[in-house]
Design a protein around this ligand. Structure first.
Ligand code: XIL
Length: 369
């Protein structure tokens, strides 16, 4: 191939620049160059109300996931009444910006309206199963063809410190249906929407400490059982909410992901953010060091996942002020300051986290920034 001298010079300049330092491209374009889909959680609390928010989402994300608008209470607020009223603005925004949308989430132990809790209270298994089936089928009948990737089951694994002797969370569906609730959710989803990728999503699987190791073991036992029963689970979503006070090392996560991939399943990072210890210093002069630590953790987990075959990464929001961690009690700053958990700051400026993602997508080591 003949390549003009100017183009060659430009290409060489790009090759020597750290990935992501190439001007105006968002993470969306940078990831795409490496065969990776990058996206973020979107919320109608800001979408369509804040031009800078919309612009950042359009520039940075190739895929959106509704932060709350795809949960049960949004989609079936009253029994039998399925609605995309809250989700539609996100679907519409995505269509206008050539983005795809992930569905989150069909089966979960929370975010259900009061009528579900009342209907499940003391209900026989058959009635609980009918409710779950009706929800999954009713939602997918509306989203089929518009959403091609669904978290069918969210947070089904029990936290080992809370339930040392039981693999599955004692949530409402488990209490009503036992482990079969997971089979039912996936089988119903497959029947209702043959084309969507069906995902099991969970947190607490990434760190290098005994609790995460046990959670990984529980997840693998569950996945092997599901697959042995022919349950149509196709991918695992690692939420990747990364607490800095939990140690991280690539090897245990890489080993787990190898096992998952050997089962024929795909791997996604679905809700990445970095959680600083709530008591860490808040002085202005500490921000560079804090941001560097956050970026380092993000780079480590994303690089490990990508090296293990992951091809889709989403952060749980884009800019710090919108992070759910500002409201979540264990992470919320005591003095009300904004967390620094996400790739962009309050003014939508790129933080070291943003550059860490760009570098990880390029397969590059972390450059200081
Ligand atoms: C959170 C949202 O970010 C909050 O706005 C909401 O109040 C509660 O849920 N794991 C998940 C997400 O799977 O659905 C959660 O989202 C964050 C943790």
């Amino acid at each position: 191939m003949i390549i003009g001298r100017r183009r060659l010079a430009a290409a060489m300049a790009c090759a020597t620049l750290p990935a992501g330092a190439q001007g105006r491209d968002g993470l969306r374009a940078i990831a795409a160059r490496h065969g990776i889909t990058f996206g973020a959680a979107a919320s109608t609390r800001w979408l369509g109300r804040d031009g800078a928010y919309d612009a950042a989402l359009a520039r940075e994300a190739a895929i959106l996931v509704p932060e709350g608008e795809g949960k049960w209470d949004s989609l079936q607020p009253r029994q039998g009444q399925f609605t995309l009223r809250e989700l539609e603005p996100i679907l519409d925004f995505a269509a206008r910006h050539a983005q795809s949308v992930r569905g989150h989430t069909l089966g979960w132990h929370t975010a259900m309206p009061r009528w579900v809790w009342a209907a499940l209270d003391g209900a026989p298994a058959a009635r609980a199963a009918a409710l779950l089936e009706a929800h999954v089928a009713g939602v997918l009948a509306l989203t089929r063809g518009r959403i091609a990737d669904w978290d069918v089951v969210n947070e089904a694994i029990a936290d080992p410190d809370l339930l040392p002797n039981q693999d599955l969370r004692d949530g409402i569906w488990w209490r009503s249906l036992g482990e079969g609730w997971i089979d039912l959710a996936f089988r119903t989803a497959r029947a209702a929407d043959p084309a969507s990728r069906l995902v099991i999503n969970d947190y607490g699987l990434e760190a290098d400490w005994p609790r995460a190791a046990e959670k990984r073991a529980r997840m693998l036992r569950l996945l092997r059982g599901l697959l042995a029963r022919g349950v149509p689970v196709q991918a695992i979503g690692l939420q990747a909410h990364m607490p800095l006070d939990q140690p991280f090392a690539p090897a245990p996560l890489a080993h787990f992901l190898r096992e998952v991939r050997s089962l024929g399943l795909e791997v996604l990072l679905t809700e990445l953010d970095v959680i600083e210890p709530a008591g860490s210093p808040l002085r202005e002069e500490d921000i560079p060091a804090r941001d560097a630590a956050v970026a380092e953790r993000a780079h480590a987990v994303v690089s490990t996942a990508l090296a293990s075959g992951c091809r889709m990464v989403l952060t749980w929001g884009l800019a710090d002020p919108h992070s759910w961690l500002n409201a979540w009690a264990p992470a919320r700053r005591a003095d009300g300051a904004v967390v620094r958990a996400l790739p962009l700051d309050a003014a939508y400026r790129r933080k070291p986290f943003w550059h860490a993602l760009a570098q990880a997508f390029a397969g590059a080591p972390l450059h200081g920034r």
